[in-house]
Design a protein around this ligand. Structure first.
Ligand code: HSE
Length: 318
């Protein structure tokens, strides 16, 4: 049943991986994200995608290739309403190829909006597989570590992809994140292509120990343990070469008092954690210095780790 004529939703940017949690951890960011307005089309056309916002020109305009369009269509197919005429207006505020979960934000906002429009037949968690189809269209892999936090908010752990098992974690700790987005583009598909496909058992053991320890640190507010555990042996060693200034920014962040620092998602954004909002300014300048030495300008996001997820902005009744 269609409950609303038009629905507007915001979904936040996110940081995926958290260093050692490749494809299985992520958290939502405060402040920035994409907006989607879904409305019932007057005409018969059911494939309309309208793009606005700063980065409108950087995403596919074709609905079947756009993460928001694909996610909406995956959900319409699941509820047997593929022929419904829905106009998608995507306000693309997040830069693409940034490591900020840009494609996920659009997809998350779109499925959240469709769910509200249809009278909320799904729990928010149940929307994740539809948004993941948007990720598949955007980068070739249906990873959930951006769409899940963008939909649910806060910190999210993906225990399993098949079957999908998603765990939301509210950290009791005072934890803040500084994200620096250097002005270059790294496509997630390229950043996945450079990864090794197989790893020695010893590496897998060390990575597993780090992810378990990171979770323990986040749940017990053991900041030293969080820092020691933010050590990625799978993706960071290969992706470092794609991000000029990353190693300098990381070293400067730690010198400035960050608990740990790593690549945000598939980069080029870089994130650092700290346990005191006051030192976020110092860490921000330190990390930006690392990128400026590499000739890159950058912008910043500062957030707590318990940021809210997708939310309704407006709805219009018939
Ligand atoms: N886990 C994904 C990756 C996140 O690292 O490729 C992409 O933002």
């Amino acid at each position: 049943m269609v409950a609303y004529k038009s629905v507007t939703v915001f979904a936040p940017a996110s940081v995926a991986n958290l260093s050692c949690g490749f494809d299985i951890m992520g958290f939502a960011l405060e402040g920035t994200g994409d907006r989607v307005v879904l409305s019932l089309s007057e005409g018969e056309e059911n494939d309309i995608l309208e793009l606005t916002g700063t980065y409108a020109g950087h995403v596919p305009a074709e609905r079947k290739r756009n993460s928001a369009g694909v996610a909406v269509d995956a959900m319409l197919a699941a509820i047997g309403k593929l022929n419904m005429s829905i106009h998608i207006k995507l306000e693309k505020n997040l830069p693409v190829g940034s490591g900020l979960g840009s494609s996920a934000s659009g997809a998350a906002a779109a499925v959240y909006a469709l769910n509200v429009m249809m009278g909320s037949p799904f729990e928010i968690k149940e929307l994740i597989p539809f948004a993941m189809e948007g990720e598949r269209a955007a980068c070739g892999t249906a990873h959930a570590d951006n769409v899940a936090p963008s939909l649910l908010g806060g910190f999210v752990l993906i225990r399993s992809y098949d079957p999908l098992d998603i765990i939301s974690i509210t950290t009791p700790c005072e934890l803040y994140c500084v994200v620096i987005h250097p002005h270059i583009e790294v496509k997630t598909s390229d950043a996945r292509r450079v990864l090794k496909k197989e790893f020695p058992l010893q590496v897998v053991t060390r990575q597993s120990a780090n992810t378990a320890s990171l979770m323990t640190g986040i749940l017990t507010c053991n900041y030293d343990l969080i820092g020691r555990s933010m050590n990625d042996l799978l993706a960071e060693p290969r992706r470092t070469m794609l991000i000029p200034g990353f190693l300098a920014a990381k070293n400067y962040a730690i010198e400035a008092g960050a608990i740990g620092c790593g690549i945000s998602g598939s980069g080029p954004s870089v994130f650092a954690l700290c346990n005191n909002r006051e030192i976020t300014t110092k860490i921000t300048s330190a990390m930006q210095k690392g990128f400026s030495e590499a000739g890159l300008t950058s912008d910043i996001i500062i957030s707590s780790l318990n940021a809210p997820g997708a939310r309704l902005i407006n709805k219009e009744i018939f």
